[in-house]
Design a protein around this ligand. Structure first.
Ligand SMILES: [Zn+2]
Length: 455
């Protein structure tokens, strides 16, 4: 950049202290006026010699054709509104062979035809990508349109998100609900049906630092296998294990997409299932004995939280209180305790995960679990045992490897946070982009922020 240039027939531009304060490369402040509404208007002119070079042929022009005025938006400065007016020159290309007849000046700070300065675009992208502000809020703050902020964010993050996937050994597959389920009444039958229940399936690097790799709409086997098969075969071949919750469609999708990978049943989902079983038994027995739902007066209701607390976390006195209270209620209480014991058996089996246990120890704990389940009269407990049996190879793989879906659960929390921050998303594509960006590892995000933005 050449400052204070002098071109024939045009008064020289002096780069003053005010220009340095404004700090827009290639532009100099000519004067500052009041806009009559309490704001300021900064009139700038081009102070960059290369701006008179033809963008097509590179030939410097000395033939002035006329003047144009543009009003690019810039970042806020000071408390009162500040508007830029750029008095540009239009030049005639002097090279006879050049197809371009004339051109206006352009400087690094603002792309030709851009309605924003480059630095404002960068700040808009930062507001969403780095500060995680919601698009509407950033648009209101910078007094620009929603789509202006959105476009700046997309231009920043899409190149990073489009990079090839990192190598993954353990792939985690999990689902998240997108928005709230919506119920609607059928006009003919009068029955309430689930009108809209949208899900996203997420793929994460369950054992490495790859973060959230992708999200797809839906949660069927076809959604899972469709995404997997769209990835390069070499990337799929590197995956040795795939962790899933106890969903048959995910198991099928993973089998179709990754036939060579070992499936791992997420042990936290198994514990959740055992807890739900205990609760189901408690609620049913109370209903059967009292003919109503549990209330504060019912001993089983009073100990409902202790029943779900891990045994080792329960103080001995609390445990004794729970045990005795249920025993005192007779047969129903014994049935609940039976479910509780089976739940604890399953937990102690799963606690072996990651400890490199030998087969006999696994076998002993599994046998205990099945024995106690068989002794129970509760159908809910039998269902739990059947589920463990059906998923046994995947459950065993989890115990032997220690792999779980805990990381995708963490990303699910992040995803919900992003959704709340944005006050919900109307567009699922935007939602997936925001969530993936939020779940992209820090070092990949930092690289994108350092890369200069186009325009
Ligand atoms: Zn030219």
């Amino acid at each position: 950049m050449v400052q204070g240039t002098h071109v024939q027939g045009v008064p020289p531009v002096v780069v003053s202290g005010v220009s340095r304060l404004l700090d827009l490369e290639g532009l100099a402040v000519r004067e500052i006026t009041a806009d009559g509404c309490g704001g300021r208007v900064v009139h700038v002119v081009t102070a960059d010699l290369s701006a008179s070079a033809c963008p097509s042929c590179g030939e410097f022009s000395t033939a002035l054709k006329g003047h144009v005025t543009t009003r690019p938006r810039d970042i806020p400065y000071g408390t009162r509104p500040l508007r830029l007016v750029w008095h540009k020159r239009r030049w005639r290309c002097v090279d006879q062979r050049c197809a371009r007849g004339s051109f206006t000046e352009q400087v690094p700070a603002a792309r030709p035809g851009a309605r924003l300065t480059r630095r404002l675009r960068a700040e808009l992208a930062d507001a969403v990508a780095v500060q995680h502000r919601c698009v509407a809020e950033a648009a209101a703050f910078y007094k620009v349109g929603w789509s202006t902020v959105h476009d700046a964010f997309v231009a920043r993050v899409d190149p990073v998100l489009a990079q090839p996937l990192p190598v993954v050994r353990v792939l985690g597959i999990d689902e998240t609900r997108r928005g709230r389920p919506v119920w609607a009444q059928d006009p003919d039958t009068g029955r309430w049906v689930l009108a809209c229940d949208r899900w996203h399936t997420g793929f994460v690097d369950a054992d490495g630092t790859g973060g959230l790799l992708a999200q797809v709409e839906g949660r069927s086997a076809a959604c899972v296998s469709g995404w997997l098969l769209a990835q390069p075969a070499s990337w799929r071949a590197a995956i040795t294990h795939v962790t899933i919750d106890l969903s048959a469609s995910f198991a099928k999708g993973a089998r179709d997409g990754l036939p060579g990978a070992i499936q791992v049943a997420d042990r936290y989902h198994l514990v959740q299932l055992a807890n739900d079983t205990t609760t189901a038994v408690r609620q049913r027995t109370v209903r059967e004995t009292t003919g109503r739902r549990g209330r504060k007066v019912d001993p089983a209701w009073q100990v409902r939280r202790q029943l779900l607390t891990a045994h080792e976390r329960l103080r001995p006195a609390k445990f004794a209180t729970m045990w005795n209270a249920l025993l005192d209620t007779g047969e129903a209480g014994v049935e609940i305790l039976g479910a509780y014991i089976v739940k604890e058996d399953l937990r102690s089996l799963l606690a072996l995960a990651g400890t490199h246990p030998d087969r006999t120890l696994i076998c002993r704990r599994l046998t205990t679990f099945y024995d106690h389940a068989a002794a129970s009269s509760a159908p809910e407990v039998h269902r739990l045992a059947a589920t463990v049996d059906r998923w046994w190879p995947a459950v065993l793989a989890g115990i032997e490897t220690g792999y779980s879906n805990s990381r995708s659960e963490g990303y699910n929390r992040l995803a919900k946070h992003v959704g709340r921050d944005a006050f919900g998303f109307r567009n699922p594509v935007n939602q997936r982009r925001r969530i993936r960006w939020a779940c992209t590892r820090q070092h990949r995000r930092a690289a994108a922020v350092k890369t200069p933005m186009p325009g």
